[in-house]
Design a protein around this ligand. Structure first.
Ligand code: NAP
Ligand code: GDD
Length: 333
């Protein structure tokens, strides 16, 4: 029998790379959509390159999506591609809307036209809760987006629900709270902290500049979250889920835990940079994961301090590796 076939958009990103690993382990034939760029962005999937098949496609280009689905004939489609960095969405609001909002409609239309039996996962976000209307946030909490990114994600969420209801597609929206890992993009706060702390410990950097230290997030470990995505597509009926740990911490907590990992005092290195404060902030996010626990049998396993340690240790190793390639190598504070 032919193995199940999955297509992952955003396969070069944090989640795409972990999802590709998970699907390969489960015996899937795995295909990834990548967009053309003058330099390759395949660092996170370099170790998988002989086991997955990559295809050119872009969320901005409807024809490329239709052709891709015809060529790959997936049974499952995970739509993870997006402009995913919140601050950029104020600088490029229209482009963010094209990728992160209308890109979802283009993908759903491709499914509808090529094969309505394809099971579709949409990467929705806890950012949609924004100025939270209820604590903690569940699948029934009203939305209040606070950035062009969150507004675009909310469109992507509702168009997924709408195509499910209009055309009977097996389309689900996973409302995922922040999830992190050593593969997290360097501009996101957790990775910025873990990488900076590693560099400070090794004497390669003097200070860490951050914006709002009071923001609170529900941070989990990314490899566990891609398992929740897969579980959603195995259900008998399509329905949406909130995925998170149920526990929240502040940015300052993350800073303190990261410096504690390398036995340094944050007060000696921390600086607040007001230019990093956002035009509209999401102050607090915390997931109510009852539905996921009940219906998916999914629960976050990695605790906050373990996550911080995993990230700081990975960045220490990465910095030491690249320093060894430089003459002299780093010192240690
Ligand atoms: P990420 O690391 O920023 O990866 C984004 C991916 O999207 C990259 O592979 C990128 O390709 C691709 N992409 C961007 N624009 C594209 C376009 N026009 N056409 C094709 N591909 C495009 O994001 P992530 O953290 O893995 O997150 C995955 C998804 O989940 C995103 O949709 C994000 O918004 C959403 N989400 C993430 C979190 C989280 O905490 N990580 C939480 C909730 C929701 P390049 O490599 O070419 O740039
Ligand atoms: N990036 C960044 N850089 N954030 C900072 C900084 C800084 O120097 N200083 C403070 N912060 C605060 C931000 O103001 C925000 O409140 C919080 O740290 C988290 O910021 P990010 O790590 O950039 O993530 P995010 O919460 O805005 O968005 C991420 O999670 C969403 C899910 O809730 C992204 O992965 C989104 O794509 C995702 O949808």
């Amino acid at each position: 029998m032919k193995s199940p076939t999955a297509l992952v958009t955003g396969v070069t990103g944090q989640d795409g790379s972990y999802l590709a690993e998970l699907l390969l382990d489960k015996g899937y034939e795995v295909h990834g959509m990548v967009r053309r760029s003058s330099t390759e962005t395949f660092e996170r999937i370099a170790h998988l390159k002989d086991r997955i098949q990559l295809h050119l496609g872009d969320l901005l280009d409807q024809a490329s999506l239709v052709t891709l689905l015809r060529d790959v004939q997936p049974t499952e489609l995970y739509n993870l591609a997006a402009q995913s960095f919140v601050p950029t969405s104020w600088v490029q609001p229209s482009l963010t809307g094209e990728f992160t909002a209308l890109g979802v409609t283009r993908m759903l239309d491709a499914v509808r036209l090529v094969d309505p039996e394809i099971r579709f996962y949409q990467a929705s976000s806890s950012e949609m809760f924004g100025r939270v209307q209820e604590k903690p946030q569940s699948e029934t909490t009203p939305f209040y987006p606070r950035s062009p990114y969150a507004v675009a994600k909310l469109y992507g969420h509702w168009i997924t629900v709408n195509y499910r209801e209009s055309y009977g597609l097996f389309a689900v929206s996973g409302i995922l709270f922040n999830h992190e890992s050593p593969r997290r993009g360097r501009e996101f706060v957790t990775r910025k902290i873990s990488e900076s702390v590693a560099r400070i410990k090794l004497g390669l950097q003097d200070e860490l500049s951050l914006g709002n230290l009071d923001a609170r997030r529900d941070w989990g470990y990314a490899p566990e979250y891609v398992d929740a995505m897969w579980r959603m597509l195995q259900l008998a009926d399509p329905t949406d889920f909130v995925i998170g740990t149920g526990v929240q911490h502040s940015v300052e907590d993350f800073v303190n835990a990261a410096f504690a990992t390398v036995e340094l005092d944050p007060q000696d290195f921390m600086r607040v940079d007001k230019s990093l404060i956002r035009p509209a902030e999401v102050d607090t996010l915390q997931a109510n994961v009852e539905k996921a626990e009940r219906e998916l049998g999914w629960r976050a396993a990695t605790q906050f301090t373990d996550l911080v340690e995993i990230m700081v240790h990975a960045d220490l190793e990465a910095q030491e590796r690249s320093s060894r390639r430089r003459v002299g190598g780093p010192g240690t504070r």
